[in-house]
Design a binder for this molecule. Structure first.
Ligand code: ZN
Ligand code: ZN
Length: 261
């Protein structure tokens, strides 16, 4: 493979992981703010798993808890937990903390046999091995005949690069001095324009915390949400069957709690 092709592989994988996480894990599984064809859902989910985001039920449980306890004691991702904990200690835990009960908080996902299988019945270390090693690393080798060794290694590099990005950006979007608020919420979430533009629209984080049930994170004209644009295109060709939007302007909104439909 020449260098240009390797560059395509790198950014192609980052794009797959990004859409898998932003649309698949976040807006679709965690918030149910859209519905799509099942094969597309699985394509997005595997994009997230290959990007080292772990089991869908694991990710969704922790994210729903993040919304429920934002910036408080039970928020595993809160900057107040300290750098070491939010950065990697939480990930190395052996069990779910007592306040996260996936079978109760992710009843909807437990109905899916694939997600149940990937969750290994709540055995956290076993599920991490399955998702982070056997699928994201070993199963990747099926790409060898297509991409060759160099291509597979570059794809792995892209996935490793991607691994902590959602976590880092979520962290930055909960530090008030780095952004602005359009909504008065009970947490520290802010909109950070550069994260919004480069990271699939996820940087419009205060908008998202104010209204987690909508798939559109941008509110003002300059708050461009690339994932939303892609979702609109997918809706136009029938691959996305439901897309929840908000038409109200920021000042009309009031903080709402996360709702899982
Ligand atoms: Zn969310
Ligand atoms: Zn947040």
């Amino acid at each position: 493979m020449d260098n240009i092709s390797l560059l395509y592989v790198f950014f192609g994988f980052v794009l797959w992981h990004g859409l898998g996480t932003s649309i698949g894990y976040h807006r679709l599984l965690s918030h149910r703010s859209l519905a799509c064809r099942k094969w597309l859902e699985y394509f997005l989910v595997f994009g997230a798993i290959f990007g080292f985001q772990g089991s869908p039920i694991w990710w969704t449980s922790i994210h729903r808890s993040h919304h429920k306890h934002s910036d408080k004691e039970f928020d595993l991702h809160a900057p107040s937990q300290g750098f070491r904990f939010w950065n990697y200690d939480w990930f190395l835990q052996k069990t779910y903390p007592s306040f996260i009960i996936p079978k109760e908080q992710c009843v909807d996902l437990y109905k899916d046999p694939l997600y149940r299988f990937l969750e290994c019945d709540g055995d956290w270390p076993k599920a991490q091995w399955l998702n982070f090693f056997w699928i994201a690393v070993v199963a990747r080798m099926v790409l060898l005949p297509v991409l060759g060794w160099q291509g597979v290694l570059v794809s792995l590099l892209a996935s490793v690069f991607f691994f902590q990005m959602p976590l880092v950006f979520n962290y930055v979007c909960h530090i008030p001095k780095y952004g602005y608020k359009s909504y008065k919420t009970t947490d520290d979430s802010v909109n950070v324009w550069w994260i919004g533009l480069i990271w699939f629209g996820e940087g419009w984080h205060n908008n998202h915390h104010a209204e987690p049930g909508t798939a559109n994170m941008g509110r003002r004209p300059f708050e461009i949400d690339p994932s939303w644009i892609i979702l609109k295109c997918l809706k136009a060709i029938g691959l996305v069957t439901r897309l929840d939007d908000s038409k109200k302007m920021p000042q009309e909104r009031v903080p709402v709690a996360v709702t899982v439909k």
